[in-house]
Write a protein that binds this ligand. Structure first.
Ligand code: A2P
Length: 270
């Protein structure tokens, strides 16, 4: 009888142009979210905030999906924060990985959520929903972010309180980090809200900006183009709504080749 179940990684050749790396750590937060870390190829370089294509060695032509790198560019490992989609072509398998397994990554990273795509300012807002916090997990661990901005405000909205755990642990780790802890203390603020259960702060970030509650809670003036910069990462709808609001506040969308006062990137999920 022939066994046709999913074969171990050695059964499929590693495609050309990808690195095969080893999973070193996994943490599951909820039935929808998990984090994993893996070895970093010595020659793999990226800018904090960029994304890369990830796959598994489980097919002749593996499925690759874009993932923001959640670790900073100086880290010797790579970290990713992922959603689990029951029938997601990649995540249905990725959510079952164990320490020691192989994960494939393409060799070139890219993205617009990088410090270089923003003109200097006093304050940078990082607006995220769900796994959209990942590129900001990279940026708030990068000393360059604190060299460029006096205040760094990480805004994260999720459906449930348990989905905020990754962000809370991350910020606590940043504050205690020997490299960036001192820079982050006093500069980094974390504003976390939920939309589907009671919590200290509730509501979509878009509504909180429209009502002004976000600014009152933080004790800062409303967003203005002289002082404020923005980065946005979430679902398509969230990007559209947040982008429109930032434009109402007078900010202008930028890109790598044309830095301006805010930048946008979709959190790639399926
Ligand atoms: P809500 O519960 O009101 O839909 P998801 O897990 O679906 O990606 O959502 C993550 C978070 O993003 C949820 O809290 C959700 O709020 C919020 N959200 C969804 N759409 C938008 C949007 N257009 N603008 C701002 N926040 C949004």
């Amino acid at each position: 009888m022939t066994d046709t179940t999913a074969a171990p990684s050695e059964a499929f050749p590693i495609p050309a142009g990808v690195f095969a790396e080893t999973v070193t750590d996994i943490q599951h937060y909820t039935d929808r979210l998990f984090r994993f870390r893996m070895t970093r190829p010595a020659s793999f370089r990226f800018r904090s905030g960029e994304f890369v294509m990830i796959g598994l060695p489980n097919a002749e032509k593996p499925v690759f999906r874009a993932y923001s790198i959640a670790s900073p560019s100086w880290d010797e490992e790579l970290e990713f924060f992922s959603i689990k989609v029951p029938d997601g072509p990649l995540t249905e398998h990725l959510q079952k990985i164990a320490v020691g397994d192989t994960v494939l990554i393409r060799k070139k990273s890219t993205g617009t959520l990088v410090n270089d795509a923003l003109v200097p300012g006093k304050r940078v807002y990082m607006f995220s929903t769900g796994t959209g916090i990942a590129p900001f997990a990279s940026l708030i661990r990068d000393p360059d972010t604190y060299e460029k901005f006096e205040q760094v405000i990480l805004v994260h909205t999720c459906r449930q309180v348990a989905e905020l755990t990754y962000g809370k642990e991350l910020v606590a780790d940043v504050m205690a980090d020997p490299l960036v802890g001192e820079l982050a203390t006093g500069a980094l603020r974390h504003y976390a809200t939920v939309t589907r259960e009671p919590y200290d702060y509730t509501g979509r970030v878009t509504d909180l900006m429209r009502s002004g509650k976000l600014f009152t809670d933080l004790g800062v003036p409303p967003i203005n183009p002289d002082e404020d910069r923005g980065m946005i990462c979430g679902s398509m709808e969230m990007l559209k709504d947040t982008r429109a609001l930032l434009e109402e506040f007078g900010l202008e969308e930028g890109a790598n080749n044309r830095p301006a006062t805010f930048v946008v990137e979709r959190a790639f999920v399926d």
